[in-house]
Design a protein around this ligand. Structure first.
Ligand code: PMP
Length: 435
């Protein structure tokens, strides 16, 4: 089969994309990479050249994991069907997810992507509260569907975006490096949280009511932000007092990536009413999960069937459970803590050495390096340069933030000490080129 044969005609493939795909399907890097094989946190191009994957969180337990290959092949040989028939894989997957969650979260819904999961979370909020209004931090991203775009300022506020819907209010992201309240202010968590008060008042005034609050626990596209401790607990208290529910989008932060915490909400010491999971939960197989309380599930169980043809398929449930099991069996959360710590120490040393590094932040294998100009403003062009030069050295990293000046390091959890050392050494060299 030609498609399995290693293609070397990169230019032809680019032409094919231009001819048959929408122009807003973007490619990363000035010289895009073509990747035809993966193994753990390594990727290989059409010439067999290796790349270190320091960016992709979807292959959570590593690219081409043999145990995922084995359960997928095994299940495809047996049956792949839906939730209208009984199968032990579905309840086994739910049991495994719930074993990682706080006890008040007892009900799982299985869907096919993070977008769909957030869409469903919105429906749960509306069903439970009878209201529509949502508050969300600026620069957030929750998905590509109509409702998810409406709560994603990263999309609706871009030039060409649809603008902010009536039922949505934005609050400033709790960025204590660049935002209104900085790290030298011990009251900053409460001050950021207080910004939701006028947002709640505005929803009420517009007659939307207060359905709830949704946020990426640690905002990623907003710039790899770790909100100050106490932020979410203060925000959640305000929404509960207003009759709304609190949704934690853990698509990027969940499942052990943070090292010290299995979920980001544990760091913020909050108990969300709804938790949204996606990307890594299927290690590349398309899946999303919404976890909630019995009370919210009962409000949603209003006579209309909930069904997703592929959500919770036998195959998805086998794969999802295996991913969570591998994280446990291979000690990957602990690996994220140890290697993340090593990376953080290396990045801090680079911050001390290179003037263009303004801030280094993150937790475990969820890291950001904010690049700045001499006047402290966002160094978008340096960030693009560094990302592309790292790619020349065959290390894949990303960039984020409203001005795209934050380097994003978010590898599969299998990454090792030697790889972390290589990232720091090469980044040191590339940052030296920017002086
Ligand atoms: N939420 C967050 C925080 C995400 O990062 C993403 C994807 N980048 C989504 C939701 C949407 O997930 P999907 O692309 O699987 O629909």
């Amino acid at each position: 089969d030609k498609l399995c044969y290693v293609p070397t005609d990169k230019a032809g493939i680019r032409q094919g994309r231009e001819a048959h795909f929408g122009g807003n399907l973007s490619l990363t890097y000035d010289d895009p990479v073509m990747l035809v094989r993966g193994w753990r946190h390594h990727l290989f191009d059409e010439w067999g050249r290796p790349y270190l994957d320091a960016y992709n969180n979807v292959p959570h337990v590593g690219h081409a994991h043999p145990r995922i290959q084995a359960v997928a092949a095994d299940q495809l040989r047996r049956i792949n069907s839906n939730t209208r028939y009984l199968h032990p894989a579905q309840t086994a997957f739910a049991d495994k997810i719930l074993s990682k969650m706080p006890g008040h979260l007892q009900v799982c819904y299985f869907v096919n992507s993070g977008s769909e999961a957030n869409e469903l979370a919105l429906r749960l909020a509306r069903a439970h509260t009878g209201a529509k209004g949502m508050v969300t931090p600026d620069h957030g991203y929750h998905g590509n569907t109509t409702g998810a775009v409406d709560i994603s300022a990263y999309k609706f506020n871009k030039p060409g975006g649809v603008g902010r819907a009536d039922w949505v209010e934005l609050v400033e992201i709790a960025d204590d490096y660049r935002g209104s309240f900085r790290r030298n202010d011990p009251e900053r968590a409460q001050k950021f949280a207080d910004l939701v008060d006028p947002a709640i008042a505005s929803l009420r005034q517009k007659g939307q009511g207060v359905a709830g609050f949704i946020a990426e626990t640690f905002p990623s596209v907003g710039g790899q932000i770790i909100p100050p401790k106490g932020y979410l607990s203060a925000v959640y208290a305000k929404f509960r007092a207003a009759g709304g529910i609190c949704i934690a989008d853990e698509v990027q932060t969940g499942l052990g990536r943070l090292g010290e915490y299995y979920f980001g909400f544990e760091h913020q010491e909050v108990l969300p009413d709804v938790v949204v999971l996606g990307k890594p939960i299927g290690n590349g197989h398309p899946m999303g999960v919404v976890v909630t309380t019995k009370a919210i599930a009962e409000s949603f169980d209003n006579g209309i069937e909930f069904f997703s043809t592929f959500g919770g398929s036998t195959l998805s449930c086998r794969i999802g459970r295996e991913v969570l099991q591998i994280v446990d069996d291979e000690g990957l959360q602990e690996n994220a803590r140890v290697i993340g710590g090593q990376l953080m120490a290396g990045l801090k040393a680079l911050e001390a050495k290179h003037d263009c590094v303004g801030d280094v932040r993150g937790m475990g294998l969820f890291l950001g390096v904010e690049l700045i100009r001499t006047d402290g403003s966002e160094a978008t062009e340096i960030c693009a340069y560094v990302k592309n030069r790292m790619r020349d050295h065959r290390i894949l990293i990303g960039s984020e933030g409203p001005r795209d000046n934050i380097l994003k390091i978010r590898p599969p959890l299998t990454i090792e000490a030697e790889d972390a050392g290589m990232i720091i050494a090469v980044l040191d060299q590339v940052l030296g080129e920017c002086a």
